[in-house]
Design a protein around this ligand. Sequence first.
Ligand code: PLP
Length: 451
Amino acid sequence: MTERPAPPSRPGARPGGFGIADLPRIVRGRGSHLYDVDGKCYVDGSGGPAVFSVGHAHPEVNAAIQRQLEDIAYGYRYLFTSSALEELTAMLLELCGPGYSDVVFTGSGSEAVESALKIALQHFYCRGLPGKRRFIARERSWHGNTLGALSVSGFAERRRAFEGSLLDVAFVSAANAYRPPAGIAASDLAAHCAAELDAQIEALGSDSVAAFVFEPIVGAAGGVVPAPPGYARAIEAVCRRHDVLLIADEVMCGSGRSGCFRALEHDGVRADLMTIAKGLAGGYIPLAATLCTPAVAAPIFAEAGAFQTGHTFTGHTLACAAGLAVQQLIAREQLVERVRVTGARWLSELRAALARYDEVGDVRGRGFFLGVEFVADRATQRPFARERGLSLDIGRRAFDAGLICYPCAGNVDGTNGDTVILAPPYNASDADLEEILSKFTRAVGAALEPR
Ligand SMILES: Cc1ncc(COP(=O)(O)O)c(C=O)c1O
């Protein structure tokens, strides 16, 4: 007889503990700490999926939001511009360095990716190349939950229920030095991946491919996987050769999290289109953006006059005011610099703290964007059985002990694989970082050596 799940204990509860009534109720945040209704304190080791760039309830950001709210919350984009919108646009273009000319604001990373895909399609349509419709993306990637963004995501678990209704996207290998394709040495990975992309474009026909989409540092789908040296330059060259646009999805890794405002700065590459989101307004108000170069925008403006993308709340005034306050704070306190310097030290400390566990296969990342991959066998890199749920186990033990980290499963083949991401606020103090590290190490120990 099949066992029936126990009925939910409270309205909103769900079997498995995933309903809202099963979660603690958040009431307050201060800096790198959050407090629930019972007074329990949590340190923000990744308070959401790498969202909180300047911590919680920062008085300066709150004051800027309050000021904007007292003036006006929102002016509709087809009727008005605003100081917040204009100043944030100018600041982002400066932070990105020369080369980008236009910014489309949206409310989520998925919408930003959706806009990047649509701008790429509109670009070729306006150039009289309407056959360039196809996208190429990578396995082990995540670009969002809308149908377009999901279509370019190489994440089997999250796609399964929607297969059949997704865009026909071609996928190439992930560029993961810890898990290169069979028979490829890590040192040959960049060249191998570039050749694979080149072959894929040739197979589809250059005249049918619009863009290649990738995360410069893979987030949830890989557990923080920076591209190997030379990779970004090599794929950029392939894209240029075939007149294929390069879209860098920096929703998670961008906005300073990796120690540069653009994650691709590390690689000396500028994508034709770039998306940013999470750290941009740091969770104070939902805000995302798609940036593009003049070469991408020019044919669109010449032929159509405007980008055919965006939503009712595109360029929302209050969200832009929040984003501006967050970015001004980051700039004034030189927090991206702090992330770069302190992040390198913190990575070494994390590696040292976890060295005694054979199950820690790889500790990697840049800035305040670190990932730990767990393996059942270090020599073969065999993952733990999915049923073990190791990353979730570590995440739960950490949460119980007052640390929020970001466990991810499925990095090996879309189903198996355990990684945990640490992504604290850029202004987390040294003491906060120490607290995160020691609580994390204890949670790992407890999960691996249960008594
Ligand atoms: C790289 C990347 N792109 C896009 C998205 C989608 O962003 P959102 O969840 O805000 O729609 C995410 C979300 O985690 C992401 O990590």
